[in-house]
Design a binder for this molecule. Structure first.
Ligand SMILES: C[S@@+](CC[C@H](N)C(=O)[O-])C[C@H]1O[C@@H](n2cnc3c(N)ncnc32)[C@H](O)[C@@H]1O
Length: 293
């Protein structure tokens, strides 16, 4: 009897958007939640949706930090890899004037990202495709920037993904990363975390291993920095806020990450905080330039 092949796309769809066929879809759940909060789902502000479109540590502040570090400029073509519900794509279009294509393997996230861009008036400068980061349906040399926030730790085959980025970037193009990497403490992670419910589906690698992969794929580092302490402080504050919100049950607040990750999101957040504090995970931000291989 042969084991069923591991289906990365199906696993990630189940993890992020709920097992297919169970209950109403993510899009319908979010529409309903905005209505319950007194908002019309087809007319939303970027502030309204910040709780469900920034699926990384540090929220919009962290995305601005990376965009500034990587000097994203008006008119640049950006590929947002593992774009989730599209928060960074919209921020880069709205605040930096970029033309953004987001790509994600989670089908429901792509649908939500497209809806949120239309609802916030950014549909013309952001578009979203459902595809694996290792096989993006775009022409070679079609983007100046590859952007990736908190997605590589979901990807078992990083060298294939980096080879794809090399193909997609123009000569001299940049890779901007804000990623979770393994720390020096190799004891088991506290689980679940926002990207995985089991150790088998978390694909963390050390900073050194990631930097080696990038070098082998033909990327030259420009600036790389460890931003773990800032991420930990942010997560700490959020966990305190989430525990207060849970007891006060205010009702009218805008939809938040529990609608995406499920009711155990506060536990995922506390585990992430504890993993950061124990040096089981670290957060990296950096810019690499495409060289020759
Ligand atoms: C933690 S979320 C981060 C989303 C977004 N970058 C953000 O910061 O808001 C990770 C995302 O990476 C996507 N992802 C993981 N592996 C992928 C792959 N091989 N190809 C495309 N997307 C992938 C997941 O579906 C998920 O949306």
């Amino acid at each position: 009897m042969s084991a069923e092949p591991y289906d990365l796309g199906r696993h990630l769809n189940d993890h992020y958007a709920g097992p297919a066929g169970q209950g109403e879809g993510l899009l319908a759940r979010l529409h309903e939640a905005f209505r319950a909060a007194g908002r019309e789902p087809d007319r939303l502000s970027l502030d309204d949706i910040a709780g469900i479109d920034q699926l990384h540590l540090g929220g919009r502040t962290a995305s601005r930090s990376l965009a500034t570090l990587g000097t994203v400029a008006p008119g640049e073509r950006v590929l947002d890899v593992g774009c989730g519900t599209g928060g960074a794509s919209r921020l880069l279009a709205d605040e930096y004037g970029a033309e953004v294509t987001g790509v994600d393997i989670t089908r429901d996230f792509v649908a939500v990202a497209s809806w949120l861009s239309a609802a916030t008036g950014l549909a013309e400068r952001t578009r979203f495709l459902c595809a694996d980061a290792a096989a993006v349906p775009l022409a070679a040399g079609s983007v100046e920037v590859v952007w990736c926030q908190h997605a590589l730790m979901n990807m078992p085959a990083v060298p294939r993904v980096l080879a794809e980025w090399h193909r997609l970037l123009v000569p001299g193009g940049r890779v901007l990363l804000h990623e979770v990497v393994a720390g020096d403490n190799r004891e088991p992670l506290a689980l679940p975390v926002p990207w995985a419910r089991s150790a088998a589906t978390s694909h963390l690698r050390s900073r050194e291993a990631l930097e080696r992969c990038l070098a082998l794929a033909g990327f030259v580092p420009e600036t790389v920095r460890d931003v773990t302490q800032a991420a930990l402080a942010w997560r700490q504050t959020r966990s305190e806020h989430e525990s207060i919100a849970a007891v006060s049950a205010a009702g009218q607040s805008m939809p938040g990450p529990a609608l995406i990750f499920g009711d155990d999101f506060p536990l995922m957040g506390r585990n992430l905080r504890d993993n950061l504090a124990a040096d089981k995970v670290r957060i990296l931000e950096g810019v690499w330039r495409r060289g020759n291989r």
